[in-house]
Structures are given as C-alpha cells and as structure tokens.
Design a protein around this ligand. Sequence first.
Ligand code: SF4
Length: 340
Amino acid sequence: MPHTTNFSHIYVEKGAGEYPDTQQICRRFSQAQVVAVDDYKHMFNRPNQRFQAQKRSMKLILAVKKEQFLYPGSGRAPDFGHDAFYYSAQMFNCVYNCDYCYLQGKYASANLVIFVNHEDYIAAADERLAAAGGLYLGVSYDTDLLAFENVLPLCRRWIEFARPRSNLLIEIRTKSANFDAIADLDPIPNAVLAWTLSPAVVSGQYESRTPPLAARLAAAREAVAAGWPVRVCFDPVLRIENWRERYAELIDSTFAALSPSGLFDCYIGSFRMNADYLKRIRCQRQGSDLLHFPYTRQGKTVGYADDQEAEMLAFVGQCLSTYLPADKIIVHRVPPGNNL
Ligand code: SF4
C-alpha cells in the first residue's frame, strides 16, 4: 500500500471513537497524532484547500456516516445490464493519485475519510436488496478498497456479506496488486474482482502511486486461478500519443497473462468527467496535458468528441474481439445529453 503507513494525524469525529474500526486503526498507526473533531465535514468540506498539496501528506479522518449509505449509479458508470445499480462509498478519496481522477474535482480535500459504521452500509444494502429483489453493487467506487485492505478489511466483509445472497452481485474495482489480502477466502460467483489496466506509459505518467501493469496482471491471474470471477477494465481509454499501438500492446499483454476463457468479462470506457469537476481540477493542475486536452462538452459531461470516442472504443473493441466473444466485451458510452 503506497504512502499510507505513516499518517501524521488521524482526525476522529465525535461519536466515531467508540467503533472497533476506529480503535483498531488508531492502534495500527500508533505514531499518529489523534485529534478529536466535532464533524468531519467541517474540515473535509472547507473551501480553498489545496488538493494536490494534501495528497503529498494525506491525513486520515474517521467518521460516522449518518445518511445515504448507497448511491444510485450515474450514467457515467456502466450498469452492466442491471436494473438496480448502486454503489457504496465507505471511503472518500483514494491512496492513489491518478491525473484523470474526478475525485480531485468532487471533493475539496484529498484527505482520506473512512466511515467506521460498516454495519449501517450492510443494513442499507440488505434493505435495498429486499426492495429491488436483486442488486448490482459497486463497493469500491470513489476509492480503491483493495489497496487499503491491509488496514481495513472491507473487501473481505463485503464478500462475506454477498456469499449467502445470490441475488446480490458486488463488484470490487481496483488498480492494486493486493489480491493476497483476500486470497485465503473461498471464491464466490457473485463477487466480481475488477482490475483496471492501462498501458505502461499511462500508469507511469498519469496513475501516480499505482502498481505497474505487470503487478496488476499477476494479481488478476492469481484471482482467476483461485476461481474468482475476474473483470478487466480498460477505462479510461486515453488518446495518448500512438494510442492505437499502446492499447494493442496492452491487450496483447493482458491475454498473454490471462486466459480469455477464465475472464468474467471485459469493460471499455473512454475518458469522461463532470464539466464542473474538470474546471476545478484544471485550476489546480496547470501542467497536465491530459487534463488540458480540448475535450468536448455534452450537457454536464466532458469527454472526447463523438467521432474520436467512437474511433477509440471501436479500435479497442476490435483488438479485444480477437480474444473474447462479443458477449464478454462491454462497451460503455455516456448517453448523449447526460446531465448527471
Ligand atoms: S485509482 Fe481510481 S479512485 Fe484512485 S486515484 Fe485513481 S482514478 Fe481515482
């Protein structure tokens, strides 16, 4: 896990101190100064914070979520054909620091927030499951839970929650190489482990602190071998220099490491972001060519122009089709006029 072993400060919201996860985390980072705060929002939402400066020395905030434990999926994220698609956000922010991450525009602060009342998330998922009869739940959106699993075993808990609930499908999306943290669990068919893969030049240049492609592929290969449903995600596909060659190489490397028949499916999406988020991020990151690309705006979403996006997704889809049948290739385009 990158750069998180030495939090200098842990801020504990009033009421969060009595939760076992708070006590365990404070014990683990016993060198950190623990500071009591009334309400995490007072520090997390404070205006005029410097996101990238905070990223260099992230603090940990432990809080109790009071409401909205699950969020309905937005049109910017794929629902994989499920009517009831929700995601939970038990952590705000992420140990990694990708240039294209929308969290830089969504949140005022780069500090990591962990909500320690996991049982309330479980109760909300059960309630939603009962109401909808079936549920597709992304449990690692707006963060990377598996990267943090050695500190707080939330992936493990969600998997154990899903195990007896066959009408629940969870997805754990990650760029980590930390499969070892859950390798002792028996696999289940309704927990998809989804690795986001990028060309080496992208992970080196734009996905700061993430493990390299080879390490992610090795982790995914172990998961396939252990019997887990494994998804690979090429998202966001970026129009980098020589993008065709870079993505063709990436797909060849992927299937040199992973047997196509062992994969659950494969997902492709191109870069897109809420326009207000991008505006905010651009002010803070003047030097990023990726963020200052002349994207096109449709409604409240910015991304590549339609013809560019279609060209990129078609090319990557075509490369994938030499390895996978069409029904295993999921291509996501943001619906036109998406105003979310
Ligand atoms: S891994 Fe995902 S959540 Fe984490 S910084 Fe990168 S894009 Fe953001």
